[in-house]
Design a protein around this ligand. Structure first.
Ligand code: G4P
Length: 287
């Protein structure tokens, strides 16, 4: 893998977040429902230091509902309220404000007891690049505010965004990188599109996807690509390549001499996975 992890980046983002945390009541941590742990910043617990937190499992339209339910339980067991959303369509987004209010209810009650009129709750959205922060902010604000699809490294202006009268939102200051120096984490991030596929070898990512699919979602491959004979031994690389070749042949990825174009086949597999065309797939499970 060619991605480098620079501790300096993390230190800078950490300082920027710690600076803003003083202004924040509740943190909304956005994760990718298909890979909740791999799409998490490795130092997030340390950085957030016990701030009230709501975990949102985004892109649930693409994730396996059974795995998502298990992840919700996994986070609940750690004392973190969590639930799935689709920021793109707005599914469950209306649930966010009441859940944030629950986390801050004790403070509001205390203010009311003292005769103070409670101000809007100040929430910070944190998440790795591409997890859907801008999309969610736009949904919550009910208009297009944050630029979606921005490349990591492009600084967005800091601004408070009003969600009705009851919540003010701030986007992640600085970039919270995932733990992509871990090979498996890198594969999951590349497969789901959180990092650019050019950073890894396409066929490596596709093989990773096929192996995982054969293991957990064999029917998805059979239905999408019409490949009936799936191998029993997932660790046999030649068997896995045979599956890829069968997919390539079905999809017409043939070069001169009748050989299968594995790069083209790999791209098809990765794009189909990301678009949900093989069904709703989670690439990481808690138990
Ligand atoms: P960021 O601010 O955290 O970096 O993420 P952003 O909102 O820009 O979203 C990244 C991509 O993820 C966008 O696609 C966006 O449409 C997509 N996305 C966000 N929420 C959801 C969701 O709930 N479901 C699905 N299926 N997609 C979602 P994009 O602009 O087309 O970028 P890309 O797909 O080319 O990376």
């Amino acid at each position: 893998m060619t991605i480098q992890w620079f501790p300096g980046h993390m230190t800078k983002a950490r300082r920027q977040i710690e600076d803003k945390l003083k202004l924040i009541d509740v943190v909304i941590e956005l994760l990718d429902a298909r890979i909740p742990l791999s799409s998490r910043n490795p130092m997030v617990d340390e950085i957030l230091k016990g701030k009230p937190r709501l975990v949102l499992l985004n892109k649930n339209d693409l994730a396996d509902p059974k795995a998502t339910a298990e992840w919700v339980q996994y986070f609940a067991d750690q004392g973190l309220p969590a639930f799935p959303i689709d920021a793109a369509t707005g599914t469950n987004v209306k649930e966010i404000l009441p859940r944030v209010k629950q986390l801050w209810a004790h403070k509001i009650e205390a203010m009311l007891r003292k005769g103070i009129n409670p101000r809007a709750i100040r929430a910070l959205i944190v998440g790795i690049p591409n997890v859907g922060k801008s999309t969610l902010i736009n949904q919550l604000a009910g208009k297009k505010i944050a630029a979606t699809g921005d490349k990591p490294g492009v600084t967005k202006g800091q601004q408070w965004i009003k969600v009705g009268t009851e919540m003010d939102l701030l986007d992640t200051p600085g970039i919270l990188w995932p733990k992509f120096e871990d090979q498996m984490v890198g594969m999951r991030l590349a497969a789901t599109g959180a990092i650019k596929e050019e950073l890894l070898h396409l066929d490596e990512i596709a093989l990773f996807v096929i192996k995982y699919m054969v293991q957990h979602y064999g029917a998805g491959i059979q239905e999408r690509f019409g490949v009936q004979d799936l191998p029993d031994d997932m660790d046999n690389i030649q068997e896995m390549v045979k599956v890829m070749e069968a997919i390539g042949r079905k999809r017409g990825c043939i070069v001169s001499g009748g050989k299968v174009d594995l790069d083209k086949t790999s791209l098809i597999i990765i794009r189909d996975l990301r678009a949900g065309k093989m069904g709703r797939i989670s690439l990481e499970k808690p138990f």
